[in-house]
Design a protein around this ligand. Structure first.
Ligand SMILES: Nc1ncnc2c1ncn2[C@@H]1O[C@H](COP(=O)(O)OP(=O)(O)O)[C@@H](O)[C@H]1O
Ligand SMILES: [Mg+2]
Length: 389
């Protein structure tokens, strides 16, 4: 095993979004420097970084210089092109490895990989051209969900379809992109497990959390998930299998559907900290971001124990800015509210601008207080500075 990369060293992050921002905060707290590589400037992560390098992912000379200047590279943006990661890998260790990123960038590769390791996924068919529509529909049935094979996130590039005509129309709107048709899963709930695996193969798992989506975007996370012990241990076992099967070094999240009979289906993987894991910043001993720092630097993993009885996380999307700047002073009137804003300019509907976390005696109490805080933020403090376009 290679020697740990110790505080004082510089970590490179590909991607400039909020995940990189919270990673950078955790890394700086541990005494590391962080260099961020992103195609934009003044990014949420770049604001916290030691250096922000602005270049397109396709500028492979810039990627080489970036990787030469750091001791390890990780990523916060899942759709970093494969060539970019391959170049970085020649000059610095990339953790998790580019091969994992490559697999999770494409739903077909990801589901095939999961099936190979005996993990449960919902039935799916690959659609390469309109000629495949009929057989896919016959194989999967309706209702179904059509998803682009690549580049989807936060519900983008996917649509529920209830019959053949809707499927054809939805597929045509994708403009010829490769897609998967998935059977619609009548889940009773959505869970996720964030876990980490160290360079030495040690695994640390956070307990499953309960996720509520709105318009296919995560809205609320409740921790701990209100589930039976058997479901909890199955979810943890699935996550451990994924981390070990794919030889992950870093943090990974497994998104799960919970069925009525208590069984679980893997929806998708994210080879990085996850929105549902933001709750760990305020509710657990070691946050998912510190865990990522430790894992990619080859340090021992931190404790995933919860520090509070229950917690709820509510996302703050750009929609909250619709009537003007939100009233965060009002949201903070409950002294238990922890506010995290990503300092993004240009709020847009559906854009993740921040989140807030509340700890409570029960998840119900925490959820109610988180929602109340968000609602108070939505009141109008000032004249609208932004209107939806
Ligand atoms: N096959 C399905 N059956 C039912 N709901 C689904 C299905 N696939 C996705 N969804 C819903 O859409 C959300 C987002 O889908 P997901 O595949 O996780 O895409 P993204 O990459 O955008 O997160 C899921 O969390 C779930 O709420
Ligand atoms: Mg998802």
């Amino acid at each position: 095993m290679s020697a740990p990369i110790l505080p004082g060293a510089t970590i490179g992050v590909l991607g400039g979004g909020q995940l990189g921002r919270m990673f950078s905060l955790a890394a700086r707290n541990l005494g590391y420097h962080v260099n961020v590589f992103a195609p934009e400037d003044d990014t949420p992560a770049g604001q916290i970084a030691y250096r922000e390098v602005r270049a397109p992912y396709g500028d492979l000379d810039a990627v080489q210089r970036f990787a030469e200047g750091v001791e390890v590279v990780t990523f916060e943006f899942e759709n970093v092109p494969t060539e970019t990661v391959e170049v970085a890998e020649r000059f610095a260790p990339v953790r998790p490895a580019g091969a994992l990123l490559h697999m999770t960038q494409n739903r077909v590769r990801e589901k095939t990989g999961l099936l190979r390791h005996g993990l449960p996924v919902s039935p799916f068919a690959v659609i390469r051209s309109p000629a495949d529509l009929e057989s896919a529909a016959a194989q999967i049935g309706f209702p179904a969900v059509l998803k682009t094979a690549a580049w989807g996130y936060d519900g983008k590039g996917q649509r529920r379809v209830d019959d053949a005509a809707a499927l054809r129309a939805a597929y045509m709107r994708l403009g010829g992109a490769r897609a998967v048709l998935e059977r619609f899963v009548p889940f009773v709930g959505e869970l996720s497990v964030v876990g980490a695996r160290g360079l030495d193969g040690a695994v640390a798992l956070y307990e499953p959390v309960w996720n509520e989506h709105r318009d296919h975007i995560l809205d609320i996370t409740l921790c701990p998930a209100p589930i039976a012990d058997a479901v909890r241990s199955d979810a943890l076992e699935l996550a451990r299998t994924v981390l070990e099967a794919f030889d992950v070094v870093g943090v990974l999240c497994v998104e799960l559907f919970l069925l009525e009979d208590g069984s679980l289906i893997v929806n998708e993987l994210a080879p990085r900290p996850h929105n549902s894991g933001h709750v760990t910043i305020d509710a657990h001993v070691c946050s998912q971001f510190e865990q990522q720092v430790r894992a990619v630097c080859g340090l021992p993993l931190g404790s995933t124990a919860r520090r509070v009885r229950a917690a709820a996380m509510a996302n703050l999307l750009g929609d909250l800015w619709r009537e003007g700047d939100p009233c965060f002073a009002d949201a903070l009137k409950d002294p238990g509210v922890r506010l995290h804003l990503y300092a993004k300019s240009g709020p847009r509907p559906g854009r993740k601008m921040g989140h807030l976390t509340v700890a409570g005696q029960t998840i119900e109490e925490a959820r109610e207080r988180a929602l109340a805080a968000r609602t108070s933020a939505a009141c109008r403090c000032e004249e609208p500075s932004w209107t939806s376009s």
